[in-house]
Design a protein around this ligand. Sequence first.
Ligand code: SAM
Length: 331
Amino acid sequence: MVTYSTELASAENAERAEVLELHSIDRDSVIELRRGFFSDPPSLPSKYFYDQAGSVLFDEICELDEYYPTRTEASIMGASVDAMVDAIGPAGRLIEYGSGSSLKTRLLLEHVHADVTYVPVDISSDYLTEVAEGLRLEFPRRRIAPIAADFTRPFQLPSSGAGRARDVVYFPGSTIGNFRPSFAATLLSQMRNQVGTGGGLLIGFDLQKDSAVLEAAYDDRRGITALFNLNLLRHLNRVAGGDFDLDSYRHVALYNDRDHRIEMYLESCREQTVTLAGHTRTLSKSHRILTELSHKYTIDGFTEMAAASGWQREQIWTDANEYFAVGMFRS
Ligand SMILES: C[S@@+](CC[C@H](N)C(=O)[O-])C[C@H]1O[C@@H](n2cnc3c(N)ncnc32)[C@H](O)[C@@H]1O
């Protein structure tokens, strides 16, 4: 069943609630789903990968031999954490977009100033609650204010405990690459407006490389990425009135050389009729539903996109293979 309710808790609640819950499948989500799925080629928003099961599958992906981004980004951070912590400085809030397991963030939380409030923001609310509980035990003195929200829409932040100190957005995992360049720029502008002049952005982005390395990373031998992709249909069956037959789709991941991005699809194995959010369509055999884009950048190209959204590059860290980059920007 599709529900249309939106619960917008007040900033006051942010101080009391364990997790501030701002996300639900509302009317705008239904419109977005229908617009994508009932056009040609059909697409589904990749944010629906992430219910509890999807978040756990993503953590499994991060451990795979083929999936280089997580361990590469973690090693870049491990090698330069002191410089990153210096660059963050005595911030008010460290706001993490798409925090997931907050694994790499732990490195920062161990070292950033004691007054910094950590604000993990994620759409996968049950998983966020679980992770936040773990973080509170691990960092009992740190102020942690989780927000369950869709970061593609404006959302309200909890008050800062540190007076006029600047805020810093942390956006690891190359999640920025999941958005087409025009929307990635919009998101970067939203972040800039959230932190204001003088604010910071510490962001991980994936770099262009050999297509064989990329395609293996998104189509692993054990089939975990395939399960993750299919979980999107299971999630939509549960929350958006879908009737997808999960056995009738196969996972496809291809590198698009022209647009420098991995494209993930679910390909229909037979002709079939599907209902989603109250509407029905037919998919032919081999019809592909686009489920994820993952853009790969050059350092200069990313810097230009960030500059167009009001972010000036301060520092870039990368690995010896130049597979991945972490950048510090200032607004
Ligand atoms: C690629 S994972 C990265 C996780 C983690 N930051 C990391 O670096 O390993 C993307 C994360 O963003 C969250 N996410 C995806 N789309 C979102 C959205 N629109 N709003 C809020 N969170 C979202 C997912 O639940 C997931 O935890």
